[in-house]
Ligand binder design. Sequence first.
Ligand code: NDP
Length: 398
Amino acid sequence: MKKDIIIIGAGGVGRVVAFKCAAQTETFGRILLASRTKSKCDEIKDAIGDDRISTAAIDAMDTPALVKLIKDFGADLVIHVALPYQDLAIMDACLEARVHYLDTANYEPEDEAKFEYKWQWAYQDKYRDADIMALLGCGFDPGVTSIFTAYAAKHYFDEIQYLDIVDCNAGDHGHPFATNFNPEINIREVTQKGKYWENGQWVETEPHQFMKKLTYPGIGPKNSYLIYHEELESLVKNFPTIKRARFWMTFSDEYLTHLRVIQNIGMANIAPIDYEGQQIVPIQFLKAVLPDPKSLGVNYKGWTSIGCRIRGLKDGKERTLYIYNNTDHEVAYKETGTQGVSYTTGVPAMIGAKMMMTGQWMKAGVFNVEEFNPDPFMEALNNNGLPWKVEQDIDLEL
Ligand code: NDP
């Protein structure tokens, strides 16, 4: 039977999820696209041109209103691609309405730039008892990177020991400074202290303290900086043989210079200030003047390349493996009207929803993506615009 879904959030990622879910006519029936600003949902609905899609205005922080929306619509699953601040409110609403839940980013309190799974993992018993499932972090990173790791563990290693997740955006959107997804969330993420896992503990670094020139397939060498990223937390828990896990992201000198200035002049601050008698949050004001990430697609050229570089043991011998996907911004734009970063996030969210709604990944409780069989997901990546490659036993500078 076809499943009815609600997508919350009508940004770049919400747009891709809506396009991709609408194309899955065998799995999904009715689709409700709901967000704070209804006109943005309507614009996406019109672009897709499918009368199974309806739209609604919702403030996802208003749990009673969301419960009513979910029940009135009769949803089987809520796909949350609004902002991480709303994770817990939406998880509460799903619990009350007893429907399944999926997101792409872990909860972050609005007044503190700190992302951890503990708040969402705390719903484990409640979700299990209600016989519903929450799938956490089902974008690209977190999401596909965690599934790449699970796939490597299943098919290539007896023991994964060293993991570097490498995220390169070699695209050019033609703006001096813009972020590829929600600017507020993005700037909070990249300006915080770095952190990596080594020998059973977290090691904290200053922001961008460690840089390496890593070579990306089809792209070449790029300055890559060690930052903290949320999938490290669940991966070291679910793969306890990992001795060291790090996350590297490319930033151009131009991007880092802008970021430094933004921080130095206080525009990245998250504490409210008084401006002419009104309370404003500097980083939210900054978001209002920066280019909207979903508008970047029209002139975006070049590739993203995200993957996992792994070293470990197989049959007592050391082996290395690199699994990655390259995505062309222009191809993503042609298909969905938005750029590659939204595309690489939205496609896995659709696939995760499909895994749940077809019963391939379905268990009561709260789970990260690497806890399920990676094989059907990996196959679906190949069939839905995110093909991946594996290179074995190469020098990975790990
Ligand atoms: P956008 O800012 O473009 O879109 C966010 C959407 O959420 C907007 O439509 C916004 O509405 C809506 N929204 C915000 N607050 C509320 C609320 N209280 N109730 C209802 N709707 C709300 O972000 P993106 O589409 O670029 O990214 C979405 C999320 O995806 C990101 O925040 C990030 O956490 C996640 N992400 C995950 C990645 C991964 O690989 N795992 C990578 C990239 C992003 P309005 O327009 O009215 O403000």
